[in-house]
Design a protein around this ligand. Structure first.
Ligand code: IPE
Ligand code: IPE
Ligand code: MG
Length: 244
């Protein structure tokens, strides 16, 4: 299989590593928290732009399993920002027919936060436009580990045999079960690394690294990333498409 993405092709699933909030703020002599606050504005712009483009799935990395190692005050601020976002934006997202899903480890999170996640998901479950997937307390290695533990338990209980474990079965035990793999992975902030994000799912994603910091990201940045995506020749291990 081979496919040049093509001039009009819209990636079905776009995943974003929203990076650079802190540096954006520091450059302006502001506290890092100001960068995170502006980051929420960029997130709102991006959801609107993705909906307008007809993207089916938008997965946003909002907090990694490793981000707990930041100073307590910053962690607390980020958690409060997420709570505030859910409180203020879910109704409007629901009106826009957006389905909200949260991936990541919920064990050990405050019960009130878990309840907010469950309510947002339940309210928007039937919505059919954009799927907005928020990766919170998410780490891909931890996600894969959890999946392996569930599968090992099924083998130990005699429900399945080791031969039943295929790549598709593993995929169905990840938090992203049922979602298509990302076609395009965007990282803002200039770093060129994946930081424990969607390691399994990005096997054939196109990576686009943008220099701008996340608070600067807007519809034009998304369009630029999609233009780069369209110029790529996706080969999936096959050969370049014949143009004759
Ligand atoms: C991304 O921005 C937001 C989170 C990781 C929660 P950063 O906070 O990582 O900003 P930089 O990379 O330090 O600039
Ligand atoms: C990745 O950014 C996590 C999120 C954007 C939520 P980080 O800023 O945590 O990644 P590293 O530490 O630079 O790899
Ligand atoms: Mg960062």
């Amino acid at each position: 299989m081979s496919a040049t993405a093509g001039p009009d092709c819209v990636p079905r699933h776009v995943a974003i590593i929203m990076d650079g909030n802190g540096r954006w703020a520091t450059q302006r002599g502001l506290p890092r928290s100001a960068g995170h606050r502006q980051g929420v504005e960029a997130l709102r712009r991006t959801v609107r732009a993705a909906s307008g483009l007809g993207i089916s799935v938008l997965t946003l990395y909002s907090f990694s399993t490793e981000n707990w190692s930041r100073p307590q005050a910053e962690v607390r601020f980020l958690l409060e920002l997420l709570r505030r976002f859910i409180r203020t934006d879910v109704a409007e997202l629901h009106q826009s027919n957006v389905r909200i899903m949260i991936i990541g480890d919920r064990d050990g999170l405050e019960p009130s936060l878990r309840k907010m996640f469950e309510e947002a998901e339940a309210l928007t479950r039937e919505n059919t436009s954009l799927k907005l997937v928020i990766a919170f307390n998410y780490g891909s290695r931890q996600e894969i580990t959890r999946a392996v533990q569930v599968l090992a338990r099924k083998v130990a209980d005699g429900k399945i045999s080791p031969q039943d474990i295929t790549p598709a079965v593993i995929g169905n035990h990840l938090d992203t079960a049922g979602l298509p793999d990302p076609d395009l992975l965007i990282r803002t902030g200039g770093e060129q690394r994946i930081s424990n994000y969607l390691l399994w799912q990005c096997a054939y994603a196109e990576f686009v690294f943008l220099p701008e910091f996340w608070p600067e990201f807007d519809a034009a940045s998304l369009a630029r990333a999609i233009d780069i995506f369209r110029s790529r020749d996706r080969r999936f291990g096959g050969l370049k498409a014949q143009t004759a």
